[in-house]
Design a protein around this ligand. Structure first.
Ligand code: 13P
Length: 256
């Protein structure tokens, strides 16, 4: 059966009050139905303690948007994996294109963080994706291959189930212009082939999410594609109504 993970990346949005209200609405909105899809919300670090209490009663999991690789020490301003585990975070997003663009995240730092996360028994969402220029120059597959090879370098296949790949073409993030279904399926199928090179048959069970202007209007056409296992959602995850609509679409697809 197809697996699905619907995740909200709240980015640098919500104060503590807004985060709590949004989390409550999502927990309440998913409370009374059997959820076939997994649901995840990733608030800013500072709102994780408040949201952690709220999600403890429901079917919604908690994640972080970043972490540092060391467990503790003199790393001013950083947040460690054990700190996130204290608040029962299950997932950590790494390598988001905004972190690559603004905060010098590279395939090498992604690889270091990935190993720290999986060795701590948490799940990682590794973001990859090409820029508009790279796509226009026909470099999409080369970019994805390099991000996967270097980001997942020397990771044992026994960890495959703890790794989610999020394909987020940079040109589709926050632009309102999602990739079309052919572009999404073609990229996801390529990503799965790359994962097979690393992990063999285990790649068939790995979650590959699409991210980039996913909204209730386009969710069905994207989520029903054979190699799409959910979505990493920015803007539309900040409104309970639209996030819940996408969850409902995913859930109904899985109950067919
Ligand atoms: P949008 O859904 O706002 O395009 O953001 C996608 C994203 O970057 C999720 O990580």
């Amino acid at each position: 059966m197809k697996k699905m993970l619907i995740a909200g990346n709240w980015k640098m949005n919500t104060n503590a009050y807004e985060a709590s209200e949004l989390a409550k609405a999502i927990v309440t909105g998913t409370m009374n139905e059997k959820m076939n899809t997994k649901i995840l919300i990733c608030p800013p670090f500072i709102n994780i303690p408040a949201v952690s209490e709220i999600v403890s009663t429901g079917q919604v999991m908690l994640g972080a948007q970043n972490c540092f690789s060391q467990p503790s020490g003199a790393y001013t301003g950083e947040i460690s994996i054990p700190m996130l585990q204290y608040y029962k975070c299950d997932y950590i997003i790494i390598g988001h294109s905004e972190r690559r663009q603004y905060f010098h995240e590279t395939n090498e730092t992604v690889n270091i963080k990935l190993k720290a996360i999986i060795n701590s028994n948490l799940n990682a969402i590794v973001c990859i994706g090409e820029s508009l220029e790279e796509r226009q120059n026909g470099q999409t597959f080369a970019v994805l291959e390099k991000q996967i090879k270097e980001g997942l370098m020397n990771v044992d296949s026994s960890f495959a189930s703890q790794i989610v790949i999020a394909y987020e073409p940079i040109w589709a993030i926050g632009t309102g212009m999602s990739a079309n279904t052919e572009q999404v399926q073609e990229a996801h199928s390529f990503i799965r082939e790359q994962l097979k090179v690393l992990f063999g048959d285990k790649a068939n069970d790995m979650i590959i999410q699409y991210g980039g202007s996913v909204k209730p209007e386009n969710a069905l056409s994207i989520l029903e594609l054979p190699d799409v296992n959910g979505a990493l959602i920015g803007g539309a995850s900040l409104k309970a109504d639209s996030f819940l609509s996408i969850i409902k679409i995913a859930n109904e697809l899985l109950s067919d």
